[in-house]
Ligand binder design. Structure first.
Ligand code: F6P
Length: 326
């Protein structure tokens, strides 16, 4: 017997490329299993304001390749209060919704977890964030696209850095995580990568820049995660300008371009697999979990454990950066 009949899907928190592909997968897999699928606009806010509408197969046509989210997104403070969640529940119940798929980051999962503890609507979380900072999955929807966007931008910066013999300090997103910095830094041959997971020795960086200057290696790229200990690229540049005023140094903060654009093939595939698996989980009665990918297999993590992952980064990554940039 089917355990659910009417499901809803929403996107919450910061948008990430591939969210549309995930929505499409949830809708089409749901319809395949003869479920009624509803879309909730603006994340949890739409549950409170009753901004919920029935979705059909054609509602999600022509979106797999689009960035952003057709369901829009928001960060909703009211949902973190019991009264807000009660209002949201009442609106879902009016439509007999008996399953909810939340595409977002760990903040969104905390909301889903509280909601599922209080009310009889099972929730499934899908990791949708460019930051890749969620435990229980090797990848998050949007990370690959964000890294490729950063790589594309840094390659362009290298051209102009090379023309002028400049040092560029490039800041990438990631909130408290440094994965975008680490991956884009390695892929662009950066001399240094600074990230919150690892203490950076500014003296060592200065010494190496001086050594590079002596041997006429004047083009240097430093990729900095926004959450690093110096407070991003503007913090790092202060130290460098103070000690090496003779270097021609520029800062570039990539910002929100990392959140937009056409999702890569990898993000579309992850999103499609996860969206499909979310519906299967609801049908199987697997509730209140986040669906992720671990070692290329679908993996379920209780929402209580699908939190921000603070991982230690293997020193080997930094050895690779140092040796290959020398
Ligand atoms: O979590 C995604 C993210 O883009 C982070 O990398 C960044 O710190 C933050 O969101 C920016 O948030 P906002 O869009 O609210 O400026």
């Amino acid at each position: 017997m089917k355990k659910v009949n009417n499901i809803a899907v929403l996107t919450s928190g910061g948008d990430a490329p591939g969210m549309n592909a995930a929505i499409r997968a949830v809708v089409r897999a749901g319809i395949y299993h003869h479920l009624n699928v509803y879309g909730v606009m603006y994340g949890y806010k739409g549950m409170l304001t009753n901004d919920i509408f029935p979705m059909e197969s054609k509602t999600v046509a022509n979106i797999i390749q689009r960035g952003g989210t057709i369901l829009k997104t928001a960060r909703c403070k009211e949902f973190y209060e019991p009264e807000g969640r009660k209002k949201a529940y009442e609106n879902l119940k009016k439509l007999d919704i008996d399953g909810l798929v939340v595409i977002g980051g760990d903040g969104s999962f905390k909301g889903a977890q509280k909601f599922s503890e209080e009310f009889d609507i099972p929730c499934i979380g899908l990791p949708g964030t460019i930051d890749k900072d969620i435990a229980g999955t090797d990848f998050t929807i949007g990370f690959d696209t964000a890294v490729n966007t950063a790589v594309d931008a840094i390659d362009k910066i290298r051209d102009t850095a090379d023309a002028h013999d400049r040092l560029f300090i490039i800041e990438v997103m990631g909130r408290d995580a440094g994965y975008i910095a680490l991956h884009s830094g390695i892929a662009t041959g950066a001399e240094h990568v600074l990230m919150p997971e690892r203490k950076s020795e500014i003296d060592d960086i200065i010494n190496e820049l001086q050594a590079n200057e002596r041997r006429k290696k004047l083009v240097n790229l430093i990729v900095v995660a926004e959450g690093d200990e110096f407070g991003g690229a503007n913090g790092v540049v202060k130290h460098i300008k103070e000690r090496l005023p003779q270097l021609d140094t520029r800062v570039c903060i990539l910002g929100h371009i990392q959140r937009g654009g056409t999702p890569t093939c990898m993000d579309r595939i992850i999103a499609s697999r996860l969206g499909y698996a979310a519906v299967e989980a609801l049908l199987d009665g697997t509730h209140n979990v986040m669906v992720g990918v671990v070692n290329d297999k679908i993996a379920y993590t209780p929402l209580t454990q699908a939190v921000k992952a603070k991982q230690s980064i293997d020193e080997e990554w930094f050895k690779i950066i140092k040796i290959l940039a020398s």
